[in-house]
Design a protein around this ligand. Structure first.
Ligand code: ASP
Length: 442
């Protein structure tokens, strides 16, 4: 029996169980959708959603301590600010490169396929009416756009605890999880500066990290059931007529995400990390499945941390830093989705965006990918901000609400795969330098 099966009980490895949960949930949900009346489907899906939420909440519960411990320990393990700066810079460059690629893929497809022009006027009115409430909630969540100066200043939290409190639901006064990360980075550097006195703190954080991971291992045993519940709730209530009406939009988004996942990432893995893309995707299949089923980069973070240790065997000091920061700051699928959705909504309203407006969309989508919370639907308020900035009616967000969950599952898979790809590429550059300068990883 391998370690994975041992950890998750007798029998199949966890990724197979998650896959089975996914399939059972999807098929059962579709059967309900087709054969039951809408009221019964709604009741069953509410029960299933609750089962899914139990699983998600058990992991959300420990996301903030996990990010704090993983990042502080990671930074403290690197040792000095100069090496950290190099690692941070490489990570940032890869993030910007991948995000730019993905936004350009999204916008090119939107310009070529023109999904917005293919939506009938009748569907447009129906969809907007049906999702007015959700659209209003999302619009209210989008805070007034901050100036660049304020957005940058907000990365330094006035009160890290307050940022932590609102980091998963977007209610923090500053930059939420980015603020928590900034605090953790500072703590990590400070711990290396104080030398021997840091030892008890590091030992404590080490133990705390292991305890958090133990909670997550327990929660992951529930993953197959949670995943089945979440997917059931999605397919049981998903209007098949909505998929039909938004067919071209859904198709364009999925095509863009697949290009990013299978072409861009494979090229990076092959040429930069010098690994076989096939073997890479096989190794990270559990990560991809968890991301797809939960629609949350943050919930997937513990699985990614474990898989890069056990399967990809990356240097912890590199991978834990890149993955933890990436779960909030590197969201390529989200950046693609935001750009494409904004163009789609503009097309639906018959607004032709000039090249300069499209450049604004590109830049804002890249920035939005850097600041989106890694939770289900985290990017929607940012789509509203981008719409606002180019004067496209923000109520248009209602048009895509009905398919958002499905597309959220898909873009989160690309987000998390992107984090692991960046970690693998940066690991290849860093590992030799770190081994020479600091010594082997623990
Ligand atoms: N659900 C996405 C994530 O967690 C964020 C989003 O695009 O809504 O990565």
């Amino acid at each position: 029996m391998n370690s994975e099966t041992e950890e998750n009980g007798v029998g199949l490895a966890l990724h197979w169980k998650i896959l089975i949960g996914l399939a059972v949930g999807a098929v059962a949900g579709l059967i309900c959708n087709v054969y039951l009346d809408p009221e019964s489907s709604k009741t069953l899906s509410a029960i299933a959603e609750t089962v899914g939420q139990v699983f998600l909440r058990l992991i959300f519960m420990v996301v903030v301590p996990l990010v704090f411990c993983a990042l502080t320990l990671g930074v403290a393990g690197i040792g000095d600010a100069r090496k950290l700066g190099r690692l941070g810079l490489r990570t940032l460059l890869m993030t910007i490169l991948f995000s730019s690629c993905s936004v350009l893929i999204g916008l090119s497809l939107a310009n070529v396929i023109r999904p917005g022009g293919r939506l009938s006027a009748e569907s447009r009115v129906q969809l907007r009416e049906k999702y007015t409430v959700e659209a209003n909630i999302t619009t209210a969540k989008a805070k007034a756009a901050k100036s660049l100066k304020d957005a940058l200043l907000d990365i330094i939290p006035k009160n890290p605890l307050q940022e932590a409190v609102g980091s998963l639901d977007g209610s923090s006064p500053g930059s939420g999880m980015l603020g928590v990360m900034f605090f953790s980075l500072c703590m990590g550097v400070a711990l290396t500066v104080i030398g021997d006195k840091a030892k008890p703190v590091l030992d404590f954080l080490d133990g705390f990290y292991e305890a958090v991971m133990a909670i997550i291992r327990f929660a992951m045993r529930l993953a197959p059931f949670g995943v089945a519940g979440l997917v059931f709730a999605m397919t049981a209530t998903l209007g098949l007529d909505i998929i039909q009406a938004l067919f071209w939009f859904v198709l364009t988004v999925i095509c863009g995400l697949l290009i990013q996942l299978l072409v861009v990432y494979s090229l990076a893995i092959y040429f930069i990390a010098r690994k076989s893309p096939m073997a890479f995707f096989r190794d990270i299949s559990e990560v991809l499945l968890t991301a797809f089923a939960t629609s949350s980069s943050n919930v997937t973070l513990p699985t990614s941390l474990r898989v890069v240790d056990e399967k990809l065997k990356l240097d912890r000091r590199v991978s834990h830093f890149v993955l933890t920061v990436g779960s909030t700051a590197n969201q390529n699928g989200t950046a693609l989705y935001e750009g494409l959705t904004v163009l789609f909504i503009a097309q639906v309203f018959g607004i032709e965006l000039s090249i300069s407006q499209q450049i604004v969309v590109v830049l804002m989508s890249i920035l939005a990918g850097l600041g989106t919370a890694g939770v289900p639907g985290g990017s929607l308020p940012l789509v509203v901000l981008v719409l606002q900035s180019i004067q496209v009616p923000v109520e248009g967000i209602g048009i895509i609400m009905g398919v958002d969950r499905l597309l959220d599952m898909s873009r989160t898979t690309v987000n998390v795969a992107g984090d692991v790809v960046v970690a693998t590429c940066v690991n290849r550059w860093e590992v030799d330098d770190l081994r020479d300068e600091v010594g082997p990883s623990n």
